[in-house]
Design a protein around this ligand. Structure first.
Ligand code: ZN
Length: 138
């Protein structure tokens, strides 16, 4: 495997937002940004790092995911209080959440139409609407 080449995309991602490419950040960035868009939890990513025999603590994974989110590399999707996903697709889109498989599937932003939204509380405006459509097998 050409290591230099396999780390070039994650390295570009980190340096483009001004993050220092520490070895742990590079390991996690490689898992996240290597190929197609992904939805991961901290636990999933931690398991993947361990499978590669990389020593990264779950706390480091959490901190790195939040750091990447803060600089716009990831989007946080809160399914419920105990279930937070991080999305490598940071463009505007919505999600199906499959309750049986605990999986998020992208819904294109244009596939949901709003006829009417509630009036926001006084002095506030609607900045964004995130839809999670929860589905189950029949
Ligand atoms: Zn998504």
């Amino acid at each position: 495997m050409d290591l230099k080449r396999s780390y070039s995309r994650p390295l570009k991602k980190l340096t483009a937002v001004g993050l220092r490419p520490t070895s742990q950040r590079m390991i996690l960035a490689k898992l996240l940004f290597d190929d197609t868009n992904r939805h991961v939890t901290a636990e999933i990513l931690h398991k993947e790092a361990l499978n590669l025999r990389k020593k990264v603590s779950l706390a480091t994974v959490y901190n790195t995911l939040h750091l990447f989110t803060g600089v716009g590399l990831l989007r946080e999707i809160v399914v419920d209080a105990g279930c937070i996903y991080f999305d490598t697709n940071t463009t505007k889109h919505h999600h199906f959440y499959c309750e049986d498989t605990r999986e998020l599937i992208d819904i294109d932003g244009g596939d949901i139409q709003f006829d009417q939204l509630p009036k926001p509380p006084f002095g506030q405006y609607i900045r964004e609407v995130d839809i999670i459509v929860r589905v189950k097998k029949n």
